[in-house]
Design a protein. Structure first.
Lengths: 319, 305
């Protein structure tokens, strides 16, 4: 496992903006997870901000680097590769690099939309349950998500083309892509061989959403039954680059006034119980601030407080 | 070979040929190449009517409409027991699918962007139609169709980038295709497979049907193996390429109405295995395209010289 180091008081130049963690993952976005994994893989120091404000391209994640905003995870990585002289693909031949690009497109331009379809048109409530926030804000977010954001995503799905298919056809498309990933990975340790490369950031970022963050979906069942090598693969990636995975997920808050609310545990299992135990000592006053509860200051990154964010009065999702 | 008695069961619906290609759509070209590769007989029906999914191509087989080129191919594979990928192992099939996704879910949008946002006039110049029709198309495209494509590009995501960034994305994909092909005859080896239908369908559009574009220049200068590849596929499966393109018509006042983009009448082309059919018959069976196109035709065909 590679050592992750930082000195306290460091103010990294790379500031990553993305939507908040969920109970199940540091990020519900495959692109944010891809970018964060890349930063960990390259050893670059960064600071994270949880934000509902999007980039100029109206998407998350984006970064701010020395005051300059940059959107799109792929462009960000290309920029950082150049700026810091990084190349995670140095061991690959030109044919392997080409195949890498192809699988990146499979994940990001096709399989990703199967996830969007499941999350935003079929099982939105399940995703909303994964978000940790104050009750009132959750209701507001839920209403917004169900009415407006879902409409946006449906328009995106239609524009992309995949939204024109039936639910069954979309699932079959996703199944084909997952099968291809599983077959190509076979019994290798990482996607292109025995060492991780850049495409692992994408594959991990995407596949992890299907395995853990679409609970109860047909995809989750499919992967567990037929593509178990993908599960072992994501575990390997987590072990190597995300040893603090659980700490990076959102932690469930416990109300101090009354007993903790009984919530359905079916998605989260033991991780939720651990999180509950961890939260016992935390103050309920933090509910309104962008919190740093699950921050590991020993890690290579720090979670910023609301005051650190340079943007204007945007609604910020709290944990 | 199709004879007068055996009418092909597969009827493919797509827009009329252009001066540069049998079809302007990479997906139609993919499907037609697949049919030629598998030897399945088909007939082409030129229409602007869209499938139930709002796209071209679609087929009608035994009275049933099937849309989406990939779904059509899966259906025909099952129905006629065809499999162009029999020689591939699991890893090769996976790689093949990944490159299909690269072409169909990413690179194709670079073509859409170039054709409908950046260089639309160059595309309209390829269509065989009267001056009046061209003016109408130019107007229709800039007011309506471009907006539709912009929404599609935005929904997909690629439309949010600048023109320069989109070009960069396209070049990256083309380079990947070129590097993967290397000096092989076909994408997966010495024999053509299903991926070749997709990659030929798209590459041909970029090489020949985006005249004057940066992509065309980039491929010809930096990725000549892709140009040689498309020539190889044409030699093998499209020996009648030129005949399948739209033919430029001479000015003739009293000529009967014939094939044109957006015509009220449709041409039913009966094609044999080698695509060499040249029997044209006016068909009144098909409902025509959009109402606008219908209304503006009615004048006798004249072409630019």
């Amino acid at each position: 496992m590679s050592e992750i180091q930082t000195t306290r008081g460091d103010d990294p130049d790379i500031r990553v903006f993305y939507f908040s963690p969920t109970l199940l993952t540091p990020s519900g976005s495959p692109f944010a997870l891809k970018l964060l994994t890349y930063l960990r893989m390259t050893g670059l120091k960064y600071k994270t901000f949880h934000s509902l404000k999007t980039s100029s391209k109206r998407k998350l994640p984006f970064i701010s680097f020395k005051g300059k905003e940059m959107g799109d995870s792929t462009f960000i990585m290309q920029f950082l590769n150049k700026e810091f002289n990084k190349d995670l693909n140095s061991s690959l031949s030109s044919v392997e690099k080409a195949a890498s690009v192809a699988f990146q497109r499979l994940c990001e331009e096709n399989l990703y939309w199967c996830m969007v379809h499941d999350r935003w048109t079929l099982h939105t409530e399940r995703f909303l349950e994964q978000l940790v926030m104050h009750k009132f804000k959750k209701r507001v977010i839920a209403a917004y998500a169900l009415v407006h954001f879902r409409r946006l995503q449906k328009a995106n799905l239609y524009g992309h083309g995949i939204g024109r298919h039936s639910n069954k056809e979309i699932f079959e498309i996703g199944e084909r892509d997952l099968a291809a990933l599983s077959d190509f990975l076979a019994d290798k340790k990482f996607f292109m061989g025995s060492e991780p490369t850049e495409v692992d950031c994408t594959v991990f970022g995407t596949v992890e959403q299907f395995i853990e963050c679409l609970p109860g979906s047909k995809y989750e069942k499919l992967i567990k039954e037929k593509f178990s090598n993908l599960i072992a693969y994501t575990e390997r990636m987590k072990e190597k680059f995300w040893p603090d995975w659980r700490e990076q997920c959102a932690q469930k808050k416990i109300k101090q006034k009354s007993e903790s609310q009984p919530k359905p545990d079916k998605e989260n299992g033991t991780s939720k119980e651990e999180a509950k135990g961890k939260d016992q000592s935390e103050s309920a006053d933090d509910a309104q601030r962008l919190s740093v509860e699950n921050n590991t200051t020993d890690g290579e990154h720090t979670h910023a407080s609301r005051d650190d964010i340079s943007s204007e009065n945007e609604p910020i999702l709290t944990q | 070979m199709s004879e007068a008695e055996t009418e092909p069961l597969i009827a493919i619906y797509y827009a009329a040929p252009t001066l540069l290609a049998p079809t302007a759509s990479p997906f139609v070209l993919k499907l037609l190449t697949y049919l030629r590769m598998t030897g399945l007989k088909y007939k082409s029906v030129h229409t602007l009517k869209m499938s139930s999914k709002g796209k071209h191509p679609f087929i009608v087989y035994k009275g049933k409409e099937i849309a989406d080129s990939t779904l059509i191919i899966q259906f025909l594979n099952n129905e006629f027991n065809k499999d162009l990928n029999t020689s591939l192992n699991a890893v090769e099939r996976a790689t093949s699918l990944a490159f299909q996704r690269l072409c169909e879910e990413n690179l194709v949008w670079c073509v859409v962007h170039d054709r409908w946002i950046v260089n639309t006039d160059a595309f309209l110049g390829q269509l065989e139609m009267s001056n009046m029709m061209k003016k109408f198309m130019s107007f229709y495209v800039s007011v309506r169709f471009r907006r539709v494509q912009q929404a599609n590009l935005h929904g997909h995501g690629i439309g949010r980038h600048s023109d320069e960034e989109i070009l960069q994305i396209g070049k990256r994909d083309l380079t990947a295709l070129s590097n993967f092909l290397a000096d092989k005859d076909f994408f997966m080896g010495s024999e053509p497979t299903l991926l070749d239908c997709t990659s030929f369908g798209l590459l041909e559009q970029i090489i020949e049907c985006l005249p004057g574009s940066e992509y065309e220049q980039f491929i010809k200068e930096k990725l000549p193996n892709l140009v040689a590849y498309t020539e190889r596929i044409k030699e093998k499966f499209w020996s009648d390429w030129k005949e399948q393109c739209a033919q430029k018509k001479a000015k003739h006042v009293n000529q009967p109405k014939s094939d044109k983009e957006g015509e009220t009448l449709e041409k039913v082309k009966v094609e044999g295995q080698n695509g060499s059919g040249d029997a044209y018959a006016k068909s009144s069976e098909e409902e025509d395209a959009t109402v606008q196109e219908k209304k503006t035709t009615g004048m006798l065909p004249v072409t630019d010289s």
